[in-house]
Design a protein. Sequence first.
Length: 479
Amino acid sequence: MHSGCPSGLIGGWNLTVRTHQQDSQRIVMHTIRSMAAPRYKTLVDALASDIRTGRLAAGVRLPTHRALAAREGIAVVTATRVYAELETMGLVSREQGRGTFVRDIAVPAGHGIDQQVVATDAVDLNFNYPSLPGQADLLRQALREVATSGDIDSLLHYQPHRGRPQDRASIARHLRRRGITTDADQVLIVNGAQHGLAITVMAALNAGDVVAVDALTYPGFKVLAHALHLDLAPIPATADGPDLDALEKLCATRPVRAIYTMPTLHNPLGWVMPATDRTRLIEIARQHGSLIIEDASYAYLVEDPPPPLAATAPDITVYVSGLSKSVATGLRVGFVVAPPSAVPSLERAIRATIWNTPALTTSIACRWLEDGTVDRLEEQKRDDAKARQALARQELAGLPLISHPSSYFTWLPLPDDARADRLTATLARQHISVSTAEPFTTTIHTPQAIRLALGSTDMDSLRSTLRTVRRVAVEDACA
């Protein structure tokens, strides 16, 4: 039997968190009142110092903008600016309808793609790098075969920027099994799916372009958008995918240059868009002249999904995927399928970034595509992911998990008064690394939730770790 709150409360996740004691609030008021001749920067510096030294504890609710302005004799707009700067510094977080809270700064903000290397004694539920027994032996055998092949000398030279024709043909044959019939001339080999996304936005978009994205989306695309100064416009979610009414309204009111989407196994929510929704998304894109960027990194985990967007609308879709998730994260081989008119600009972006994907890894990857190794590994990892999801459902029973039955991650929304950064910090002290919603969020306000990656540890360790996650989450909610 699980410990914590009464079972009836846990089952509905209807848990409340007590507010911090009144003395913490008095510290806030004392800190603010004690500043002589308060000015914008002085106030920011003082509050930042109190947060960093612990005088303002993690989770403390700060005064409202209006209350801060009244107590300090400043304009409300100035108080808003104070909190905005503290938020930019990663010291506070704002929540719609609840207020501004002191962040727990004991762990990197949000984790996600910017997380530091996980300690060797920590269990990593933040990143997925699923591996199966025997994969190391497969690599040894592949290296021996490459070493005795007749064209090994060619691997020491520069390759065509988008890959050798025979390798692109191997990938094109592989993609047919995913429902995409394409010519090898439309395939570009890249250094993993993240690189594929990078060259796509470099080739197709300019600074300031509006890109429609899910309100919760892949952190790697957010990083690219920030680096290239793209304007991300968030689309709310439904149970099966993006809210297409909201997308249509956005496209009618703003110049949406591209739509970034993960229709088959969304990261982090695990949805698979129905065929009818895919058809409508394509219609919206065509009507408004928007490019579709289809990220299919986790699509291999879904059996018999609807056709990819690139299969239905190849003329307006750039399809990006790779073998890092399905084979091995260290095998940085990805592929992009693009309309013929887009290939030259994508090829230039490859030349500008890496010149060409390393020939050795590409050769190994294509051997595995041809001899059925990739197909076997993908089938085994689908079974592995299903087993891990079943285990998560068992160990986190009663909590409102959101996931696909064969995905390597699950999303756990927290009760209204819970604090994801506090929970993450508590788990970090127990040598468990998880991610909050922050790296995935494209809206102003970040939901209180954590994402659990299930594919980076053995099953026994995963079981015990999930039990700890459940215990800590319930204790935090009942505190």
